[in-house]
Design a binder for this molecule. Structure first.
Ligand code: NCD
Ligand code: ZN
Ligand code: ZN
Length: 347
């Protein structure tokens, strides 16, 4: 049994860092583990321009602990007012690495999202031309579609057409949750990839109802049944470079999740790479963790692989019941339990 694992420092290709006191509370957890992160733009108001991305990037850098080395890779939030000129400016900026699509109303802070994808054709064409990836929250919001089917229906109604209509557009299916999604990515042309979260790899939808209603297991896309989880694990551990690490760590204050209308999002940054190590270990695929966590995403984004390393040792680490989160409290993934790996060193 492998009890110690050293790997090239990983990156997180889907991360919510929030802003203000919340940002200051969480950014160190990511910076300790990851060299870089694709930072989601769903603030209020959202990050829509290069100027807003540059200002947000500076707030992130200012919130880092002294001595931390962590590179925020910024994204723009796609709205129906986004223009090809915004895309050109994003590409030229050197700090914006992707554009994020949220269907209006699908998830946290998605009010400014897109109601009709066809309104974005000129923007997608420009992204294709300059090589700026499109990141998809791939769910439909049609209220007549069952919440557990929203990813599969998105693929049928929009995903396939988008991939074919813009054959050079680089596309990431973010936080993939279904076997349908895995099959779609596997069968798609080059340039289509997906991120996988620790919660969708470790839990199925029973976790939302374990002994009672569990708001801290609620995220979007919602957890799916076991067969889907198994398909995601198979994809993650297959070695296929189309699948890479993206935590979707999405902190919300405790009171906002434990509420009549609780927010979607699971905080995992406090133990992110450790949780992925559990997934790969359980699948007998620990040696594949490095490529999934440290190589495939960098290669997709055309960025250099990290050359420094981190080390994990097999050792149970308790997870606190809650963490400080500005004026509020934050309930982390696995709260009150243990994670099976400890991050010991960085070199
Ligand atoms: C995310 C958030 O809270 O910002 N929530 C979530 O459940 N994943 C938004 C998102 O990624 O859809
Ligand atoms: Zn999302
Ligand atoms: Zn997210």
């Amino acid at each position: 049994m492998t009890d110690s694992l050293t790997l090239a420092r990983p990156d997180d290709w889907h991360l919510h860092l929030r802003d203000g006191a919340a940002l200051r509370a969480v950014v160190a957890d990511s910076a300790r583990r990851f060299a870089r992160a694709i930072v989601m733009p769903n603030l209020t108001p959202p990050v829509r321009s290069v100027d807003e991305a540059r200002a947000y990037r500076q707030r992130i850098v200012d919130a880092l602990p002294a001595g931390a080395r962590f590179e925020p890779l910024m994204t723009l939030y796609l709205t129906e007012a986004t223009t090809p000129a915004d895309v050109l400016a994003a590409k030229a900026s050197g700090i914006v690495h992707a554009v994020k699509y949220y269907p209006a109303g699908a998830t946290t802070n998605s009010q400014s999202g897109v109601t009709d994808l066809s309104r974005c054709d000129a923007v997608f064409a420009t992204m294709q031309d300059v090589g700026l990836p499109l990141l998809l929250h791939g769910e439909v919001t049609d209220p007549s579609v069952d919440v557990f089917d929203r990813e599969a229906v998105f693929i049928e109604r929009h995903g396939r057409a988008l991939v074919e209509r813009f054959p050079g557009l680089r596309i990431v299916m973010e936080h993939l949750t279904t076997r349908d999604g895995v099959d779609f990515v596997l069968a798609a042309r080059d340039g289509v990839a997906a991120t996988l979260t620790p919660q969708h790899l470790l839990m199925n939808r029973n976790a939302i109802f374990a002994g009672g209603l569990r708001p801290h297991a609620f995220c979007l896309p919602v957890l799916k049944r076991e067969a889907h989880r198994a398909a995601l694990v198979a994809a993650a551990t297959s070695g296929n470079p189309r699948f890479f690490l993206g935590t979707d760590s999405a902190p919300h204050p405790r009171h906002a999740k434990e509420s009549d209308c609780g927010c979607a999002g699971i905080y995992s940054a406090h133990a992110a790479i450790e949780l992925y190590a559990e997934v790969f270990d359980a699948a007998g695929a620990l040696t594949g963790l490095e490529a999934f966590a440290s190589f495939h995403g960098a290669d997709f984004y055309g960025l250099p692989r990290n050359t420094d390393t981190i080390t994990l040792v097999r050792e149970p680490v308790p997870v606190p019941d809650e963490l400080a989160f500005g004026d509020a409290r934050l309930v982390p993934m696995r709260a009150g339990g243990t994670v099976a790996w400890r991050l010991v060193a960085s070199a």
